[in-house]
Design a protein around this ligand. Structure first.
Ligand code: CP
Ligand code: NVA
Length: 308
């Protein structure tokens, strides 16, 4: 059965666990192979993914393209500005047309309502490649990275520092689905979406909000941050000033668990939300995390196309 992947909850905890396992198996099976060589079973042979970008991307674009190649299929990139969508053709009509031409659609956009509309009118699976509200594909890669580095997800202690953005919202969603604790350290007025917090708590995740960065990080096994100003956000001096106490630096990392790992979805703004010392240091797993976008996206694609 085909599925949209607009949020982690579309899949649920059991499917997320299966995605992580499948990603680990496929990653291990192709170790040291050329990166463009298809997996032995090529499960998406003949399938094409259309990727629509209304915002910049490096990792999402390359990882989905490589994921499709490794699964035996292919991908095409549509920069929204150079398509008729960019000249006012409706989202609904775009969905109807693409559904006749490709097997799945991934979109990176601003307003989350737009991806919901696209999914409503498309007959093929639609995958969320980031909206202003959420970034679920990133979190599948993050969870894979955490598990690879030896942590079970249930009971995990995670800290998030800085802006309560799209990545934070999806991590909170994951806390509910996988039953872990996430402590959010950030300034008043920049909290994550209250709906995500309420749903994660109701699902059995522990979500703690604090304005004290040390309290957020104390004893954490995984410390995560992201840009202080996301794509499309106004930012401004006041916003950036409010974030300063939440920089992940050596002093703050020292208050986490001794073997704590540092994650960042990238791109990083070095020496703003994270110091060079931390992102380039021994606790950082950000390059594994970036690579894992490919392996995680493969699981997302397989599930969306009814093959996982
Ligand atoms: N982390 C992430 O989504 O990176 P890109 O913006 O480069 O796709
Ligand atoms: N929160 C960031 C994530 C980039 C991958 C943004 O939306 O710009």
């Amino acid at each position: 059965m085909a599925h949209d992947f607009l949020s982690l909850s579309d899949a649920g905890g059991d499917v997320l666990a299966a995605m992580i396992n499948d990603a680990m198996d496929r990653k291990a099976a192709r170790k040291a192979w050329p990166k463009g060589q298809p997996d032995a079973d090529a499960p998406l042979a003949g399938h094409v993914l259309a990727m629509i970008f209304e915002k910049n991307s490096t990792r999402t674009r390359v990882s989905f393209d490589m994921a499709m190649r490794q699964l035996g299929g292919s991908a095409l990139i549509m920069e929204a500005g150079s398509t008729q969508l960019g000249r006012g053709e409706t989202v609904a009509d775009t969905a109807r047309v693409l559904s006749r031409m490709v097997d799945a659609i991934m979109i990176r956009t601003d307003d989350h309502a737009k991806i919901e509309e696209l999914a409503h009118y498309a007959d093929v699976p639609v995958i969320n490649g980031l909206t202003d509200l959420s970034h679920p594909c990133q979190i599948v890669a993050d969870l894979l990275t955490v598990v690879e580095h030896g942590h079970a997800l249930p009971g995990l202690q995670m800290a998030w520092l800085g802006d309560g953005n799209n990545v934070a919202n999806s991590l909170i969603e994951a806390a509910g689905l996988m039953k872990f604790t996430i402590r959010i350290g950030g300034p008043a007025g920049y909290e994550p979406d209250p709906g995500f917090i309420a749903r994660a708590r109701a699902a059995g995740g522990e979500v703690i909000l604090t304005q004290n960065p040390q309290e957020a990080v104390a004893g954490a096994q995984v410390v995560v941050t992201d840009t202080w100003v996301s794509m499309g956000q106004a930012g401004g001096e006041q916003h950036v000033a409010a974030m300063q106490p939440y920089q992940v630096n050596a002093a703050l990392m020292a208050t986490a668990a001794p073997d704590a790992k540092f994650l960042h979805c990238l791109p990083a703004h070095r020496n703003e939300e994270v110091t060079d010392g931390v992102i380039d240091g021994p606790q950082s797993v950000v390059w594994d995390e970036a690579e894992n976008r490919i392996h995680a996206q493969k699981s997302v694609l397989l599930w969306s196309l009814g093959k996982l």
